[in-house]
Design a protein around this ligand. Structure first.
Ligand code: ADP
Ligand code: MG
Length: 699
């Protein structure tokens, strides 16, 4: 009999239920304390957990374990060790100790460290993160871990994320205690990431070097149809896609990932998956796993899953909406406005903290979503613009305007929905409509940071967000801490009012896609960091450095290393794209075009020989036109090649990144312009790779 979904869910996870069953009571309690209250873990507890984990994993058929970590590549890494341990007479037992659970020692010399660690100091450590559950995949027990250097510097994305979660919790608790909420001991950030992706036929994928090497198409004329009919968004799922999504859900559920919503997205072949939100740390791990499982299940169904931000020019690219909120250990969502937001002191103070954080650290938020891939989306007419602003909606805007003017804002009356049809059920309307163009929108009881690219690890954006809000809260605490309890309400109101006046420039409820907004944002003094090289210096800007150090998120050297890695990552990405395009032009596109020119020439010549001259002039025109494109493409490729040589000779610094952006990328655009104009003139069968039409409309 098939397992029921509740039985299936989390069946590959070393869950709380399994821990409770397998661990001695006192050990279970000690572990829970570590997980829930961020306390230190003792070795005897680790030993007990190791035994229980191994027993369970072996029962489930696992033979190996791995410390699973997230180096600064943005991907995950793993090295597998078996449980076998030799005993007498050539026999083995399955063994796993607390020490092996808690600490691993991968040779770390080949992971990017941005200069933190020279290769002769190869030692790196992985340390068990008990707040993210272990799981089984392919016969191996996966243990989520943090990754650091011999000297204790973070070499990964998890460590700073956990530090940022600590920081925001610490600062939020201090403020909540001032407001009389002394029962709160811990505040968690929660995240629900909505993940977009493309599915195309695996056979098509295998024929495109650009997709294989760079994740996006570097050439390709638009198909006769794009997304203009709006017929794909929420459209019915084709059978093959539905079967894929069904299996994907089950695979994710087994790993305890609460996949909830799935639908077709705007572009042809584009889809979305959203899980139910979780604490940030778990959400990050789950999103990494989700991306991996998406690709894997796709192969089984004869698909390639594309997670690049812009796989196809001319139609929408893919993003990831980072829904974010704050919850106390007593279960209260601190961003829930309630029925009377104007009187909800806790809500108002946390709302103000977010407003101030986004305004003061908009450059960091922008940086956290900057990548070569996402540069093709942000600012194009599909994703939020590169300018970071906030959308609050009509109701909250009215509330804060009232506070600003010292007016009273009472209860918000829910308006009933009027459809005009009697049989339809009656329900109350949401107090605000949606705004799809805002990078950072309040959506009822959470904020939705919408600028993330589809392939990015969500760790980075959440580190920035958590730290910036922690900073606001720490400033608020300093301002309020000496206030007498009786005067607290008044002091908070003043603080909220001052914050609104100071930071309201970041609030924008209009259409973020217009040129007027770009002008207006400039007048307001908001950042408009258009590309990744423009955004990168924010990471080491003085004000940001100070904040990171104050809250213990990154040390100076950790920041420097991340800055270096980002530059390297950007230049390498564009470098690979340039080489791939050059290769495709030289080995595929130009020869195919010349084949066709030759064929038309032959045809014209032979018909002329026969004395049939009717269409020879037309053919001559075509030959000239195609030859013109051929010459332009080859010439532009020569320029690209020369510029890549120049780039390779540069030091790998911000200037090189700018050169790649300003010169190499525009060389690539130039090639593409001619190639895409020529492509529709080339008959089917000449190009050795599938066109947009074949890839996007025959799944
Ligand atoms: P949308 O209409 O934008 O798709 P949904 O209501 O479907 O929005 O929610 C999107 C995501 O937000 C889901 O992953 C959901 O679990 C998540 N979410 C809901 N509440 C919270 C919260 N308090 N904190 C973080 N994420 C949340
Ligand atoms: Mg959404």
């Amino acid at each position: 009999m098939e397992q029921s979904i509740p039985e299936l869910f989390g069946s590959l996870v070393f869950s709380d239920k399994i821990m409770r069953e397998k661990l001695p009571k006192d050990m279970y309690k000690a572990l829970r304390k570590t997980i829930d209250n961020n306390t230190h873990l003792e070795l005897d507890v680790a030993n007990a957990v190791a035994i229980a984990m191994k027993e369970w994993a072996v029962e489930m058929g696992a033979t190996h374990f791995t410390h699973w970590f997230q180096p600064m590549t943005g991907y995950t890494a793993e090295k597998h060790d078996s449980f076998i341990c030799p005993v007498d007479k050539g026999e083995v037992i399955m063994d796993f100790s607390g020490k092996e659970l808690v600490k691993g020692e991968p040779d770390a010399s080949s992971f990017p460290s941005g200069g933190i660690r020279a290769t002769f100091e190869a030692r790196g450590y992985t340390a068990w993160d008990p707040t993210s559950p272990a799981f089984i995949k392919d016969g191996t027990l996966y243990i989520p871990t943090a990754f650091c250097s011999y000297s204790g510097e973070a070499l990964d994305k998890k460590t700073p994320l956990l530090r940022s979660m600590d920081a925001i919790s610490r600062e939020a608790v201090k403020v909540l205690h001032l407001l009389g909420k002394t029962e709160v001991t811990n505040v968690l950030t929660t995240v629900g990431p909505e993940q977009e992706y493309f599915l195309i036929d695996l056979e098509d994928y295998k024929k495109r070097k650009d997709l294989i090497f760079t994740g996006r198409t570097l050439l390709g004329a638009p198909a006769p149809k794009g997304q203009e009919m709006d017929d794909h968004y929420f459209g019915n799922l084709r059978t093959r896609v539905a079967a894929y999504m069904h299996e994907l859900d089950r695979e994710l559920w087994k790993l305890g990932i609460p996949a909830k919503t799935k639908h077709n997205e705007v572009a042809p072949c584009q889809h979305e998956l959203a899980p139910i939100f979780d604490t940030t740390n778990v959400a990050v791990d789950h999103n990494q796993l989700t991306m991996e499982i998406m690709k894997r299940v796709a192969k089984r169904h004869g698909f390639a899953c594309l997670l690049h931000e812009k796989p196809f020019a001319g139609i929408n690219g893919s993003g990831k909406h980072n829904n974010w909120s704050l919850t106390t250990n007593t279960g209260e969502n601190l961003l829930n406005p309630g029925k009377t937001p104007g009187e909800n002191t806790v809500f108002l103070i946390f709302l103000s903290a977010v407003i101030q954080a986004v305004d003061d650290y908009a450059d960091l938020l922008r940086l956290s979503v900057a990548s070569a891939g996402n540069d093709h989306r942000l600012g194009a007419n599909e994703a939020p613009p590169a300018i970071i602003s906030m959308f609050l909606g009509d109701e909250l805007t009215a509330v804060i305007e009232a506070i600003e003017k010292d007016e009273y804002f009472g209860k918000v009356e829910k308006v009933q929905m009027e459809t005009g049809a009697k049989v339809l059920p009656h329900f109350a309307k949401d107090s605000t409509d949606r705004n799809r163009t805002s990078p950072f929108a309040f959506t009822g009881n959470k904020f939705e940071f919408r600028s993330l690219g589809s392939s990015v690890s969500i760790a980075g954006p959440n580190i920035m967000l958590n730290t910036a809000v922690a900073e606001s809260l720490s400033i608020f605490y300093e301002q309020l801490k000496d206030t007498e309890p009786a005067k607290m309400d008044e002091a908070v109101r003043k603080l909220v009012k001052d914050t609104i006046i100071k930071h309201k420039r970041i609030i924008f409820n209009g259409n973020g896609y217009t040129d007027e907004w770009v002008e207006e944002a400039k007048k307001r003094g908001l950042y408009n960091l258009k590309s990744t090289p423009d955004a990168m210096p924010a990471l080491i800007a003085d004000k940001n450095r100070k904040m990171f150090i104050k809250h213990g998120i990154y040390s100076d050297s950790e920041l420097e290393s991340r800055y270096e890695i980002r530059i390297e990552n950007y230049t390498k990405t564009v470098h690979i794209e340039a080489l791939t395009l050059k290769d495709m032009i030289q080995k595929q596109f130009a020869p195919a075009l010349m084949d066709y020119i030759d064929d038309v020439t032959q045809s014209a010549l032979s018909r002329q020989e026969l004395g049939v001259t009717g269409a020879v002039d037309i053919q001559k025109d075509l030959i000239e036109k195609l030859t013109g494109y051929y010459a332009s493409v080859v010439e532009a490729t020569k320029k690209l090649s020369d510029d890549v040589d120049k780039a390779e000779a540069m030091d790998p610094d911000i200037e090189a990144a700018k050169f790649y952006h300003d010169t190499v990328l525009s060389d690539m655009d130039e090639i593409r312009k001619y190639a895409d104009e020529a492509e529709p003139l080339i008959p089917e069968g000449y190009l050795p790779y599938p066109t947009y039409e074949e890839m996007l409309f025959y799944v």
